[in-house]
Design a protein around this ligand. Structure first.
Ligand code: T46
Length: 136
């Protein structure tokens, strides 16, 4: 059993097409305070390379696909996001790297708080040190 949590969203489809509804404290397990999306990514250029101290996020690939490497300081898991019905939980103290974006990829992220650069751990050694300190 991996530490990675992927939420499968129910689709409300009919003959007109598909619809997915995302609700704070419903199928998204926190109050959504911010939404951002990543698109028009440069070929071969990875993103992320950080963890957050307190932020909770759900990443949904609305179009195309990308790969997210999730790392809790002990275990690393690669997750392919390739469906608007799949939400990857990025919890506090989970290092993440995003890569292999297809040209058409639109990666939407729902976040539990406003943007705050002080919530980022951008140095991998600092991250591993913080994970070890959490255990003691
Ligand atoms: C994350 C992954 C999945 C803002 O001003 N406001 C925002 O809400 C965000 C998300 C970013 N920014 C600024 C900060 C940087 O100057 O936009 C620039 C690009 O952000 P960053 O280099 O952090 O982008 P990614 O793709 O490496 O990481 C982003 C999120 O920042 C991060 O929280 O978990 O996506």
């Amino acid at each position: 059993m991996s530490f990675v949590n992927i939420i499968k969203f129910k689709t409300l489809g009919d003959e007109r097409g598909q619809l997915v509804s995302l609700e704070s404290n419903g199928n998204i397990p926190f109050e959504i305070k911010r939404t951002y999306y990543i698109y028009d990514t440069s070929p071969g250029v990875p993103r992320g390379y950080h963890a957050h101290f307190t932020l909770r996020q759900t990443a949904v690939c609305l179009k195309g696909s990308c790969v997210v490497l999730m790392d809790n300081g002990i275990e690393k898991v690669e997750v392919t996001l390739d469906s608007p019905t799949k939400g990857l939980m990025i919890e506090p103290m989970q290092w993440h790297e995003m890569y292999d974006f297809t040209n058409d990829c639109i990666l939407m992220v729902l976040a539990s708080d406003n943007y705050d650069e002080l919530d980022y751990i951008r140095d991998y050694d600092d991250f591993v040190g913080a994970v070890k300190n959490d255990d003691t």
